[in-house]
Design a binder for this molecule. Sequence first.
Ligand code: NAP
Length: 300
Amino acid sequence: MMLTGMHVAIIGGDARQLEVIRKLVELDAKLSLVGFDQLAHHFTRAVKLPIDEVDFADLDAIILPVHGTTLDGNVNSVFSQEPIPFTEEMVQKTMKRCTIYSGISNSYLDDLVRKTGRKHVQLFERDDVAIYNSIPTAEGTIMMVIQHTDFTIHGSHVAVLGLGRVGMTVARTFAALGAKVKVGARRSEHLARITEMGLVPFHLNDLEKEVRDIDICINTIPHLIVTASVIAKMPAHTLIIDLASKPGGTDFRYAEKRGVKAILAPGLPGVVAPKTAGQIIANVLAQLLYQDLQKREENK
Ligand code: NAP
């Protein structure tokens, strides 16, 4: 599987993008790198250039950072001082088949994609990426818990909320460390799966009752679920780690008022394992770009 003949622009990002660059160079793609001027490393077949010198008409794909753009249409890069503008006008210059890749999207990027009619792939919506990413997320959660408790995970009572891709990995990982893990979900097939995993299931309707004896609460549900009345039932020493995307699912104001430590911990893969997190993105991107290339060859 090679990407010979493909021209890809990689615009901005953080350490994770270096793994993407490495992988695509290895697969012989031609790369235009924007926003990497402070990166000392030089790659063969990868040219660093400012955004206004990119030959958009020649591009097969544009790879944006995990967060895509800012709401005002710039791309951030940790390897450059200047914000990089990313506009509709630039994308209009590309061929119809040019695909835009990012981790997640926002209203600016959605709008740009709609107006230009280009294909946009949000990598973090993919099951494979979410499942791979749940591994560094669980490890980062362990790190947070160790940092913020004076007792071992082993033997502690942990409630995990949600049995999605993150919840399942987190529940399994804490159980493997010897914690007594219960998992809250609302679907009966999830409750069945939790039982199958050898963990204790409970329905989220019973959350208030179930948190009375816990030491640690790990939330993965991106809705307000750890409400004031739930927090009020927890022992005062309970540590809440909220993994759900911003603003999380915890009433942080009430937690603070009650003196229960609650921490929103977003983006753990990029924090604890940027290299692995980058490789996860790079491997999936390589496959998707290869499919794009095959389609291009078929349509010739
Ligand atoms: P997921 O697979 O979609 O799982 C979400 C879970 O939440 C599902 O079990 C779902 O149950 C449940 N849920 C959703 N809305 C609910 C509601 N209103 N009431 C009760 N349960 C509800 O998502 P994921 O991949 O596990 O990700 C979970 C969250 O973690 C996301 O916000 C994601 O952005 C974030 N995340 C954070 C990190 C980090 O480093 N902190 C890393 C990766 C992901 P149902 O099936 O019943 O709807």
